[in-house]
Design a protein around this ligand. Structure first.
Ligand SMILES: Cc1cc2nc3c(=O)[nH]c(=O)nc-3n(C[C@H](O)[C@H](O)[C@H](O)COP(=O)(O)OP(=O)(O)OC[C@H]3O[C@@H](n4cnc5c(N)ncnc54)[C@H](O)[C@@H]3O)c2cc1C
Length: 436
């Protein structure tokens, strides 16, 4: 078959990797870079590449890791692996899974945690056991906050444990975030093996990490923004070029724009309206070059977000503590759900976040003076993962056109593993349709 893939993000690259061994695959990518929302920014003020956003993966991202290994990538070299932990920058809270088999790794981590009361530790264990007993199923319309309240999680736990985790995993505030999607992430990480619960920080930039390997056997058309996709009797036309099938592996808003003109029936119109209604939330990543390496040994620290002080940082990455990180000695701060932070204006946001870092890391190794910085705000970083967010299937009303992307129906919120799973599923749908 002759197959077109529109979009070289992680979903499109995953689909291409499944198809290109046996089929002729052409990948159209609007940008000059591979990787979509998880890509390298080759020219930064630092004189070396950075990523468009600091990404973190979990050991539970099984399909992504499997695919990388199948492509010949040494995942132990590509990532810095660290035990699941919540270590607050101000040293008030410290919870780290131990090097023991599951479930003792988490149990021992909880028992030795500092900053959380015994009552809070009991409540955390109680919630995990309750979810396990329910086979990680929660009521369909429940939000994360409702789930936490139902299980009597304290204010401290919500503010200094669940909220930062929920924002990191879902980029959606806890009062509207979908409890089922959050429970799925917990099931596969906290509730999985020790390796599943580990956190993986990329040591290579996100474009060279694997997408270039996945697309090795494809015809790759970078800088080509597809304008027209039209099914015909034998397949589909993509900007006038004929293919047997096409995977549209773009974000929901681009999908609506590309396929909107095909919509006629009432069912098709409802489908399109649901796709158009999907909302997105921004993520800001702020990188600094310190004058000298920061000698703090922890690669990842939790920051205390305090909007009344205009301190919006949530997570702090110290690349000096990551051996062989492509990002050298950079320090990065992640602000998920960054709507309010963005309103501050770029210079104020940089200044306030530096103030936050210096205040909250006061008890740690002295933070060196900063030289240059780079602030990247991805306005539509991920879809808003609420209980009512529409998640369509890969199949469309037009048999030769399939969809792929993190926003399609899969067990995860808008994350890399969801994008990869969807790409693989979409490729399988094409292969199946070949036999029917
Ligand atoms: C700042 C930031 C931080 C994040 N942090 C994490 C994290 O820590 N962990 C995690 O798991 N996930 C994280 N995510 C989410 C993750 O990056 C996304 O879930 C994933 O990259 C989505 O991949 P995708 O292939 O579905 O879509 P995309 O990456 O959006 O890929 C779509 C591609 O299609 C291209 N395209 C669009 N229209 C056209 C057209 N007409 N013609 C040709 N090409 C087109 C686009 O240029 C793009 O390259 C983060 C995202 C951001 C932005």
């Amino acid at each position: 078959m002759n197959i077109a893939i529109v979009g070289a993000g992680w979903a499109g690259a995953a689909a291409a990797s499944q198809l290109s061994a046996q089929h002729q695959v052409t990948v159209f990518e609007a940008a000059r870079q591979l990787g979509g929302r998880a890509r390298c920014v080759p020219h930064s003020v630092f004189g070396h590449p950075i990523d468009n956003g600091q990404h973190l993966m979990l050991g539970a991202y099984t399909q992504t890791l499997q695919l990388m290994r199948a492509l010949g990538l040494d995942t132990e070299q590509a990532f810095h692996r660290t035990e699941l932990g919540i270590i607050s920058a101000d040293a008030r809270y410290q919870l780290r899974a131990k090097a023991l088999p599951a479930p003792f790794h988490m149990a021992a981590g909880l028992l030795t945690a500092t900053g959380y009361s015994w009552s809070d530790k009991y409540k955390l264990i109680h919630l995990q056991l309750a979810l396990q007993r329910q086979h990680w199923k929660v009521p369909a319309q429940q939000t994360v906050l409702q789930l936490l309240q139902q299980h009597q999680q304290s204010h401290t736990l919500i503010e200094h444990f669940w909220q930062p985790l929920c924002l990191a995993a879902m980029n959606t505030p806890i009062d509207i975030a979908c409890a089922q999607l959050f429970a799925n992430v917990l099931r596969d990480s906290l509730g999985g093996s020790r390796a599943d619960s580990q956190m993986l920080i990329p040591k290579q930039d996100l474009s060279t990490l694997w997408a270039s390997h996945a697309l090795k056997h494809c015809e790759l058309l970078l800088g080509h923004r597809v304008q027209h996709i039209t099914p015909d009797t034998t397949g589909v036309l993509v900007d006038g070029q004929h293919f047997d099938a096409c995977i549209v592996a773009v974000a929901s808003y681009d999908c609506a724009r590309l396929l909107g003109h095909l919509v006629h029936s009432a069912a098709e119109q409802t489908w399109l309206q649901h796709i158009q209604a999907i909302r997105h939330r921004p993520i800001a990543t702020l990188y600094w070059q310190p004058r000298s390496p920061w000698l703090e040994p922890e690669p990842l620290l939790m920051l205390h977000e305090q909007p009344h002080k205009q301190h919006y940082g949530q997570w702090l990455f110290n690349h000096h503590a990551i051996p062989n990180s492509f990002a050298d000695n950079l320090i990065s701060v992640v602000i998920s759900n960054a709507d309010d932070a963005s309103l501050l204006g770029r210079e104020s946001l940089v200044q306030k976040t530096e103030e936050q870092l210096r205040t909250q890391t006061h008890s740690r190794s002295p933070l060196p003076a900063f030289e240059q910085h780079e602030l990247i705000i991805e306005k539509r970083a991920t879809f808003e993962a609420t209980p009512t967010t529409f998640r369509p299937e890969e199949n469309t009303f037009w048999p030769a056109i399939k969809l792929a992307g993190d926003w399609l129906l899969n067990p995860y919120p808008g994350v890399l593993e969801g994008a990869v799973r969807s790409g693989i599923k979409s490729a399988q749908a094409i292969l199946q349709s070949q036999h029917t």
